[in-house]
Design a protein around this ligand. Structure first.
Ligand SMILES: [Zn+2]
Length: 173
């Protein structure tokens, strides 16, 4: 089992942010995905499925669970984009299906959360949707108390991510 390379994942995300000249939140994840000629599909999936990534006949495809909250869908889309950017050889061989990406935000170690590919995909998605510089600007040097739910939610809304995703990002900021 290989070790997750989170630095490589974050750098890949930062490279995309630079390419698109993103300077204010929210990050246009749909536009980024479409510009890479990846087909983005929304479909009602089982509640525990967040999304999937695969390559069929040379075409990259991302599927997102349309039944989830829109902000959660954005994270799922970014997570699946990570698999296309970082793990193309793997998803060419088999459809990659993600079950409940949200469990990765819990502190306990889940089977999914320990998979190097998943750790990398979350690091990429977190960096892409909540770029460090934009987060620093949003916090205006004052910081935010992770325990302060209202404050975390307010920042999360600006980036159009779930409070859980924002808490995850802030814990590593
Ligand atoms: Zn995944």
């Amino acid at each position: 089992m290989t070790v997750a390379d989170q630095d490589r994942a974050r750098e890949a995300a930062r490279s995309i942010l630079r390419e698109f000249g993103i300077s204010t939140p929210p990050v246009p994840i749909e536009r980024i995905i479409k510009s890479r000629k990846i087909v983005l599909q929304y479909a009602p999936l089982d509640e525990d499925l967040s999304g999937m990534a695969y390559i069929k006949d040379g075409i990259g495809i991302i599927g997102v669970n349309a039944l989830h909250h829109p902000n959660r869908q954005r994270f799922s889309a970014a997570h699946e984009l990570a698999h296309h950017v970082l793990h193309a050889p793997d998803i060419r061989q088999a459809v990659h299906v993600d079950k409940g990406i949200r469990i990765l935000f819990r502190d306990d170690v889940s089977a999914l959360g320990t998979e190097p590919m998943e750790i990398e995909a979350n690091a990429f998605a977190s960096e892409l949707l909540i770029p460090g510089e934009l987060l620093a600007a949003a916090l205006e040097g004052s910081g935010v108390d992770i325990e302060d739910e209202a404050a975390v939610e307010a920042v999360a809304r600006r980036f159009r991510v779930s409070p859980a995703a924002m808490r995850f990002r802030l814990s590593r900021f």
